[in-house]
Structure formats: C-alpha cells, structure tokens
Design a protein around this ligand. Structure first.
Ligand code: FAD
Length: 459
C-alpha cells in the first residue's frame, strides 16, 4: 500500500519543522505558512488541504518516515564522492579556514565562506539568484524579523550574510523559482536542504532550476520567541525591535563568546552577551523546535557543500571566525581549490574526524541522545532514522541531561507564552533562570546543586 501523510499528522506528531515544502505547491488551495502561538512556523490552510493524506507529502516532507533518508539521497546525488563518514556523510574534501579576500569574513557569522561561494557562483554566471535568509525591511508590517528571499545581485547576497536563529520557510522562494526560469542556489539548514532535494526528485522544474545547495551545519532551530526573549532581557519591547544580529564580532572576544545586538525603531542599539542570558546556553535547548528532537543530520549531508564553525582550538578563540567546510560535489570542490590556489581563500585540508570534533556536542545529541529519545517515543508517527532506538547506552547522567534538555525546550515555549499573555516577563525569566541552574548543575556540575550532583555520584 502506498504510504500517505497529511500536514496535520506531521504537525500533531511534533515532526513538522516548518520548512514550507508542503505549502509551496498548494498556494492555489489557500495553503500558507503561519506562526503558531509559540512563534514556530507551521502549515495552515483550509481543512480539506490540511487534513488530506497524500503520498506526495509522505515522499517529500523531510521528517516523513516514508521519505528517502540522507544516505539514500546522498548516494544518488554524490556518486563520485570517494569518502563516507558517519558524521559528515559522503564527501570529497573537507577544510578549515576562512575567506581571505574583501570583507566576507568580517561580515559573515563564521569565516564568511557561505556568502563568498554564493557570490562566486553569481560572478561566474553559474546562478542567476540565491535563495537565502535576509532581514525584513519592515518587521512590524511583515510580522517577522527575517525571511527567505531571492537575491539577484552581489550586494543583495552580501547583505544577507550572518546566521539567523529564527524561523524561516521556503514556500515563497520555491514558488518564485517555479515562476521565473533561471538557475538558482539555495542555502539552508540540513532539514531544509533535505526538503529541497526531496522536492527536486518529484518536480522536474525544481530539479532543473536548483543547481546548487549550500548547507549550514545545525545545532537546532529556535522559535521567534528567542528574539523576543533577547528584547525582554535587554529591557526593550519586542515589538519595537527593528533588527537583530544574533552574533557580532569584536577583537579580544573569542568567536564562541556570542554577543547579540538589537537595533530599535527609535535608533537605540542594545547589546548583551549570550552568557548573561537566562536562555543563552545553546546546549540547554531553550525554544528548540520540537522536530529537532528527531533529527540525525548535523552537517547538511545532502548539500553540495556545507559550512559550519570550527569549534575547536585555536580556531574557537579567534574572534574573526573560522569555517569548517565539507565539499561533496566535484564542481564545488574544484572551485574551492582554485580559489585557494589564487590566495582568495585561506583553507587547509582536514579529515572527517577533525570536522566531527568541531561538532562534538551536536553529534552526541543526534546520535546517543536521539537513540534514547527514539526508545522513549510512545505516541505519534514513528520517525525512521539512521540511528536505532537505544535506551541503555547513555549513562544515568546523560539520560537525565537528554530528558532535561527536552523538557526545557517544551516548557520554554509554554512559559514564554504564558508570560506574554499576562504581560509578565518575570514569569518566564524566573522559570528560565531556575531551569538553567538545574541544567548547569547536571551538565557541568556548576553551582551548589552541581556539587550535590557530583556527591551523589552522577558523572
Ligand atoms: C539555525 C542555525 C543553527 C546552526 N547551528 C550550527 C552548529 O550547531 N554548529 C555549527 O558549526 N554551525 C552552525 N550553524 C552555521 C553557522 O552559524 C554559520 O552559518 C556557518 O558557519 C556559515 O558561516 P559563514 O560565515 O560562512 O556564512 P555567512 O557568510 O554569514 O552566510 C550565511 C548564509 O546563510 C544564510 N542564512 C542565515 N540564517 C539562515 C537560516 N536560518 N536558514 C537558511 N539560511 C540562512 C544567510 O542568508 C547567508 O546567505 C547554524 C546556523 C543556523 C542558521
């Protein structure tokens, strides 16, 4: 029997990541992507579309258990890639480094390579436009701070540099690609790139027009409430924020000391280090999209090339930012090598083990942590993952960490919603401070509770 799924089933199972793939082809039926009460993007539309079970959705939704997985997609896409690794997926070459020419590095979140490659593809006439994420000019009017757009000039591409830890969706840019002939590249986090690859298998026009996929490594996706929470903690009103830079760079500050900057409508600018935020510890999982609990791809294994941060020394301490790069397509690998030979990129070859070391925490959460979560899953659609369910492997402390992380994610959505409804930020902030202290005690043996955790032998 052919498998079929509806958008409603995916949402209700907590497996919808809000990529917009399902809505891209259904605009005529009134389907669109909209924010839910937690600031997560989800499909919305008339009941007959939302409830309709379709084989096409089962094949193209990135978290559908009936869709091809990352290994199956990569095996078809990158047939010549000589190396395969459990962390990076198939690949031709891997590097660590940064852009050496112009100001790509200082304007990028990391080493500036994602924007550089997109500009290079445009300059060489290999693409006509890039689908990527840029700030909205009028956040109030748009009801959001960032969205995917199609950039057709070098200036537009460069203006979109930096990482956005904020919900975005692909439906409108995919509709744009279908409407206007041309050659396109798409930048995305792993599940979004997977969605694009699954859609390319189904739709000849997308297959023909989307020529390149540029992946971003991903720890998890956050809800729009993370940006609102930054505003609360910096003493400004979320509605009056005009622009958010989640990561800014400054000399003497290691790259991994994230500092966020908010620009207000009245010209004020406020800044804060993530370390001082109640929800600024990435590992604690505040505002994480629930679907990220069931992801097993850290490095965008279905992208022609993927970019991440080199979170190992000496690179993590270098304030200017350093990329790790995994090249899978022969064309992109050749292009990178040529630019290195010309001195335009400063890249050194590395192996998969090095790349994996830069993402140790993310990989633990998507391997051992995922196996544990799969073993504990009781309801909803059963995800099909490349990791087998296993509740035994993590030790007692790791099991508690995985459970606490998941519970912080779940409750951060609820507590923020409650605090927002009652106009009482303190409600969320006090809860978050406590949750963070408990997480730190368990994960790092920090504080009074941490000493207790150590004493009772949880290591
Ligand atoms: C949600 C998220 C989680 C991440 N988690 C990790 C992680 O755990 N480990 C790690 O090493 N790296 C992670 N990254 C990737 C990292 O932050 C950098 O984006 C990457 O190293 C590329 O840096 P760069 O300087 O080369 O890119 P830049 O030159 O700054 O260009 C970035 C490009 O990505 C586009 N972009 C920004 N945000 C998004 C988005 N949300 N969706 C699609 N496109 C976007 C921009 O429009 C721009 O074109 C994450 C990125 C995101 C968006």
């Amino acid at each position: 029997m052919t498998a079929a799924l509806s958008p409603r089933e995916m949402v209700r199972s907590g497996l919808c990541i809000g990529c917009g793939g399902c809505a891209a082809h259904a605009a005529a039926r009134g389907a669109a992507m909209a924010f839910d009460g937690h600031g997560l993007l989800r499909p919305s539309g008339p009941g007959d579309w939302y409830r309709e079970r379709s084989p096409a959705l089962a094949r193209t939704c990135p978290f559908s258990p009936h869709a091809a997985n990352e290994d199956e997609l990569a095996a078809r896409l990158f047939t010549g890639a000589p190396q395969a690794d459990a962390a990076t997926g198939r690949y031709r070459a891997a590097y660590v480094g940064h852009v050496a020419e112009q100001d790509f590095r200082s304007r990028g979140s990391s080493g500036g390579l994602a924007s550089w490659l997109a500009v290079e593809l445009l300059r060489r006439g290999r693409i006509d436009a890039l689908a990527h994420v840029a700030a909205c000019d009028e956040p109030r009017r748009d009801g959001r701070l960032f969205r995917y757009r199609l950039s057709r000039s070098e200036g537009e591409i460069r203006a979109g540099a930096q990482s956005r830890y904020y919900p975005v969706e692909l439906s409108q840019v995919l509709a744009g690609i279908l409407a206007v002939p041309g050659r396109y590249a798409v930048v995305g986090i792993p599940c979004f790139v997977k969605a694009v690859q699954l859609l390319r298998r189904e739709h000849p026009l997308l297959r023909e027009r989307i020529r390149y996929t540029l992946g971003l490594f991903c720890g998890h996706m956050k809800s729009a409430r993370f940006a609102d929470s930054l505003a609360w903690q910096m003493g400004v009103a979320p509605d009056e924020v005009r622009a958010v830079a989640f990561r800014t760079k400054a000399p003497q500050r290691p790259a991994n000391w994230y500092r966020a900057r908010l620009a207000m409508g009245d010209g004020r600018v406020v800044e804060q280090d993530w370390w001082h935020l109640v929800d600024g510890d990435w590992g604690a999982g505040f505002f994480m999209d629930p679907a990220c609990n069931f992801c097993d791809d850290v490095m965008a294994e279905t992208a022609d090339v993927s970019f991440g941060d080199a979170w190992v020394e000496p690179y993590a301490s270098d304030w200017q930012g350093t990329n790790v790069v995994v090249a899978r397509s022969a064309e992109v690998a050749a292009l990178l090598e040529e630019a290195v030979a010309q001195g335009r990129l400063a890249l050194a070859p590395v192996d998969a083990a090095f790349v994996a070391r830069t993402q140790a925490a993310g990989l633990r959460q998507r391997r051992e942590g995922l196996a544990y979560r799969l073993a504990r899953r009781r309801a909803g659609i059963v995800p099909r993952k490349r990791v087998a369910p296993d509740a035994q492997r993590p030790n007692a402390r790791r099991r508690l960490i995985y459970r606490m992380r998941r519970s912080i994610s779940r409750w951060s959505h609820r507590m923020f919603r409650l605090a927002r409804r009652f106009g009482a930020p303190w409600l969320y902030l006090r809860w978050a401070r406590l949750a963070l202290a408990a997480y730190h005690a368990l994960a790092y043996h920090r504080g009074r509770w941490g000493r207790l955790v150590e004493r009772i032998g949880l290591r």
